[in-house]
Design a protein around this ligand. Structure first.
Ligand SMILES: [Zn+2]
Length: 571
């Protein structure tokens, strides 16, 4: 096996890895790839590791542009693969032309955005980008009972956090006059009628496929009734599409297009009382705003017929309606019906509780937007309903934060350890195992330490363990505190390695989330409040930074006037 071959292979994979991680390759990852690539030639790790370590250092000082240029020369096929994995793996859209694709994200401003919304927003946005098209943010705020003023801005904040930018923004409620005109057109054509039957009778008629008497009223009379609905002199009436009461698709049994809601609208006050349903507003807005590829979730599939019928009757352009399965995560429900009672009972702290899959909850526990994007795209846009495990989100996040998160010492449920004959040490310990640019800190040790109780429970008097990166200690006495004596620096095979902090520690709480729901029931043990000691340097971490507490996990730090709190993201 020639050293040249190893060197060349290492160079290629170091470049590929660096391009994948914003210009910084990780030796461990590269070593694995090189060994796998040279498997047939029976290369030994001993030969590979020193070469890779040198090559990675060389590659990491190059700019990202230079790395891409070099990989393009050495192994263009890897660059292409890399780019595809990295930028996009959504399938092509049907009938899509560059520069002509228009997508939209239409949230109802009635709450904070969650992972399900993130899927829709990301897919819509990424497709617009993929085709150099336009992306519209549309607030579907035509139900005054749901829309709340605070959520227009809150949802925009959530989208910005996700890294989503929109080219155009508007509120469906601002187009009500247009909707009224189109409703009038349908009535004049005989395609819609005012129904004054009580809601139960409407439901019953739909179920049994029975027409009501309102259907027989003339177009002129219907137009008068419609005007009465708008001008307040009629109660409890709805405008219905003249569909087919015998249709096998019950969604076509004269669906409701407009209804009276006597509640002030957060943006329009008492100006309107007749509001379009989702069936009407969704179809009309998609068409009029120029959307070419609107996505919606699969549960609307039966309503597609109504969507296209309406556009046909109104002689409006028909977009290419697309459907995908709703995205859900096991044990993390998104419905308000489930979450609201828990908030009211103070069982969760709010919509940003770290056990919730709201974007605010995910952000708080240290999940970064890029991880959500990669997770969403990895789930694809098929129509197959499935529930993903949160560990998938964690895996994407870990891959992204591992190369950039600083490492610190933290001990949960600490126990005091006093070491006899302990050498005083002053150690400079790097903040990251591979990226030296992240710097280091100095830790001074004397004879007092704190170690995790859980680890100590497994050890007995006479055992020798190692204080990680320091030296060995032999246990001489165990009660509420541990006593031991210095037992040399030499590594002993199979001895336990324990995380530690000195007596110069900072007490802090780390909130560790578990699954909020187990077997569809609220899990009362879903949040652990773990008290621990962190090394002193943690006090200077800025709020919002995600770090790794070694042998514990990735934690997002909040630092409020030197009161430090941690939120556990994942191992
Ligand atoms: Zn009726």
């Amino acid at each position: 096996m020639s050293t040249d071959k190893i060197h060349q292979t290492a160079r290629i994979y170091a470049l590929q890895n660096a391009i994948q991680f914003e210009g910084k390759a990780n030796s461990k990852a590269v070593i694995g790839k090189v060994i796998a690539a040279l498997q047939k030639e029976r290369v030994s790790p001993k030969d590979v590791i020193p070469v890779v370590n040198i090559v990675v250092k060389e590659v990491n000082v190059l700019s990202l542009e230079k790395q891409i240029a070099e990989l393009k020369k050495l192994a263009p096929e890897l660059l292409k693969k890399e780019k595809k994995e990295r930028d996009f793996s959504l399938p092509e859209l049907p009938d899509a032309k560059k520069g002509k694709v228009v997508t939209r994200f239409p949230p109802e401003p009635n709450g904070y955005l969650h992972i399900g919304h993130a899927k829709a927003a990301i897919v819509d946005y990424e497709y617009a980008k993929m085709y150099d098209g336009k992306f519209i943010l549309r607030f579907d705020d035509t139900n005054p009972e749901n829309a709340q003023l605070e959520f227009y801005d809150a949802q925009k904040e959530d989208l910005r956090w996700l890294g989503i930018k929109w080219d155009e923004e508007y509120n469906t409620s601002d187009h009500l006059e247009t909707h009224y005109k189109l409703a009038e057109q349908l009535i004049k054509q005989g395609d819609a009628y005012v129904c004054k039957c009580p809601p139960d009778a409407v439901k019953d008629g739909r179920f049994h496929g029975k027409e009501c008497d309102c259907r027989a009223v003339s177009n002129e009379k219907n137009l008068d009734l419609w005007k009465d609905m708008i001008s307040s002199s009629v109660e409890g009436a709805i405008l219905r599409l003249r569909g087919d009461m015998k249709c096998a698709n019950t969604a076509m049994r004269d669906p409701t297009l407009f209804r009276i809601i006597d509640k002030p609208h957060p943006r329009h006050g008492d100006k309107y009382r007749v509001w379009p349903t989702y069936d009407f507003a969704g179809a009309v807005e998609d068409s009029l705003s120029g959307v070419t590829h609107p996505f919606r979730t699969k549960e609307y599939e039966l309503r597609d017929e109504c969507y296209f019928r309406l556009l046909e009757l109104l002689k409006l352009r028909k977009p290419h309606l697309m459907e995908f399965a709703r995205l859900s995560i096991e044990g993390m429900p998104v419905s308000k019906r489930k979450i609201k009672p828990l908030i009211d009972k103070k069982l969760v702290s709010g919509y940003d509780d770290i056990r919730l899959p709201t974007l605010r909850g995910l952000a708080k526990r240290g999940i970064i937007p890029e991880a959500i994007k990669q997770f969403v795209i990895s789930q694809g846009i098929s129509k197959t309903e499935s529930s993903a495990a949160f560990s998938l989100v964690e895996a994407f996040n870990r891959k992204l934060v591992d190369p950039i998160a600083k490492r610190y010492f933290f001990v949960g449920y600490p126990m005091k350890l006093v070491v006899k004959n302990a050498p005083k040490q002053k150690k400079s310990i790097p903040l990251h195992p591979t990226d030296k640019n992240l710097g280091s800190r100095t830790i001074k040790t004397d004879s007092t330490f704190f170690i995790p109780k859980a680890d100590m429970d497994k050890l007995s008097v006479g055992d020798i363990f190692r204080l990680k990166d320091l030296y060995n200690v032999k246990i001489t006495k165990k009660n509420k505190e541990i006593f031991g004596e210095y037992a040399g620096e030499e590594l002993i095979a199979d001895s336990a390695k324990l995380q530690w902090t000195t007596d110069n520690f900072m007490k802090m709480i780390v909130f560790v989330p578990g699954l909020l729901f187990e077997k569809d029931e609220y899990n009362p043990n879903s949040l652990e409040k773990l008290v621990g000691y962190a090394e002193e340097a943690v006090s200077s971490i800025k709020s919002g930074e995600i770090v790794q507490f070694e042998r514990f996990g990735f934690v997002r730090i909040e630092n409020n006037k030197n009161k430090i709190t941690g939120f556990f993201a994942h191992k």
